[in-house]
Design a protein around this ligand. Structure first.
Ligand SMILES: [Zn+2]
Length: 427
């Protein structure tokens, strides 16, 4: 009898906890490198010390091939590697710039099923605050503000009002003092997110903050402005966690802080497409191309186009080796070929990999190699320590339902926390 009673109590307790509504914020801080966790200056930040004690920290987290924003964020919402979701790069392969500096904004290019569709189909609601690759019909996400930009100024706001869930953009402008477009800061995005979270009460909210990445491209990671911005984001996050605690009698809210890549300083810039132009594969006079490299910093894949002839691998390799130091050609017989096929592009016949700190860029109308070019970026192989990132799960009991070792594990976390039936295996 005793056993029966305690089992009964246990099941009542479980039902009680279970009856609480589960909600989740996936909060992305772009460019939050794993290296911050061991950086002495970061370790002195009072707010981050409190946050790291409060959450379950995962580091290092290995990102996608390539370690760039759009493929990584797509992995987070699909649970699949780049080779499966096929959102290969931040930019389309577009040697003649027909897209006028377009990005790969459109979610129709994602070939595995994203969380927002799973959430909607299972009767739950999602909100999106400018998550990468979310140009999609507004009805697919209940509260939807896509990431998109074409220009600056007031015309841009009119465009955003058309792309957003009807009425929502204006509502956020009035109630959260945020006129959202690609050029607003993280503060406005967070204000919009908080407004939607409290007012609309979605089950899942995707919140994207690009501010740290912008600072790091300009000043480098671990720079004074980067630390200052991280402190600001930490205080905002802490405040948000406090707000969610007020509802803990009814809701179990998790905030999963994620990021997409680390950062490095490059020295020297290689333009492999300039070699393809010299070899006749890119013909500017005819606006025609049969091969182009899709470059992403430290990795590139060869993309054929139309009626492509056989690629002269040996000739290309010789030209590249003569001109670009530290860039390696990876073909079928190379030991890294299988993992590039598995992780990056299942069909590419040739990849390029930067082993040191030389950057690759897609331009074909520049010198093949610029030895003095320098700057701060990412996009190298994800197992390099400088490309590694992190994740922190803030749950009511400081436990994570899923171990996060790769950016794509974010998907599994969401499926588990929100009790979604998610595709297994290839997704
Ligand atoms: Zn990024």
């Amino acid at each position: 009898m005793k056993l029966f009673v305690s089992l009964f109590c246990l099941s009542a307790l479980l039902t009680g906890a279970d009856a609480k509504r589960h909600r989740l914020v996936i909060w992305s801080i772009d460019g939050f490198a794993a290296g911050y966790l061991t950086n002495p200056q970061f370790q002195e930040s009072a707010v981050w010390r409190r946050l790291l004690r409060r959450g379950k920290v995962f580091a290092p987290v290995e990102t996608t091939i390539p370690s760039v924003t759009y493929p990584a964020h797509t992995a987070m919402v699909t649970g699949s590697e780049t080779a499966a979701h096929q959102l290969y790069s931040n930019h389309p392969v577009d040697p003649f710039n027909l897209s006028k500096d377009g990005w790969t904004w459109y979610s129709e290019d994602i070939k595995t099923k994203p969380l927002w569709d799973i959430v909607r189909e299972q009767g739950k609601s999602a909100a999106n605050i400018m998550w990468p690759v979310t140009m999609l019909p507004a009805g697919r996400i209940r509260y939807h503000i896509p990431q998109f930009d074409r220009a600056k100024g007031p015309e841009e706001l009119k465009m955003m009002r058309v792309l957003t869930t009807p009425g929502l953009h204006r509502e956020i402008e009035i109630h959260a003092r945020a006129a959202l477009n690609e050029h607003v800061g993280d503060a406005e995005r967070i204000r919009a997110g908080k407004y939607i979270w409290h007012k609309k009460k979605p089950d899942l909210m995707l919140l994207y903050n690009p501010g740290l990445d912008t600072i790091e491209h300009g000043n480098g990671a671990y720079s004074a402005p980067a630390f200052a911005h991280l402190d600001f984001l930490g205080r905002e996050l802490e405040q948000f966690l406090r707000e969610t605690e007020k509802h803990k009698s009814r809701e179990r809210t998790a905030v999963l802080l994620v990021s997409d890549h680390g950062f490095m300083t490059f020295r020297g810039k290689c333009h492999p497409n300039a070699i393809l132009k010299n070899m006749g594969y890119i013909e500017p006079a005819k606006q025609r191309w049969t091969y182009a490299f899709d470059t992403a910093g430290g990795v590139a894949r060869l993309v054929p186009h139309g009626q492509a002839p056989d690629f002269k691998t040996r000739e290309f390799s010789e030209l590249l080796t003569q001109q670009c130091p530290d860039i390696e050609v990876i073909t079928r017989d190379h030991e890294d070929f299988p993992r590039l096929r598995r992780g990056f592009d299942a069909k590419a016949k040739l990849f390029l990999v930067g082993r040191a700190n030389v950057l690759m860029s897609a331009a074909w109308n520049k010198e093949v190699f610029l030895p003095d070019a320098t700057g701060h970026t990412h996009g190298f192989l994800p197992d390099r320590p400088d490309m590694q990132t992190l994740a922190i799960a803030f749950t009511p009991d400081r436990k994570s339902p899923v171990k996060i070792t790769r950016t794509k594990d974010t998907f599994r976390f969401a499926c588990s926390w929100l009790k979604l039936r998610c595709p297994r295996g290839k997704n």
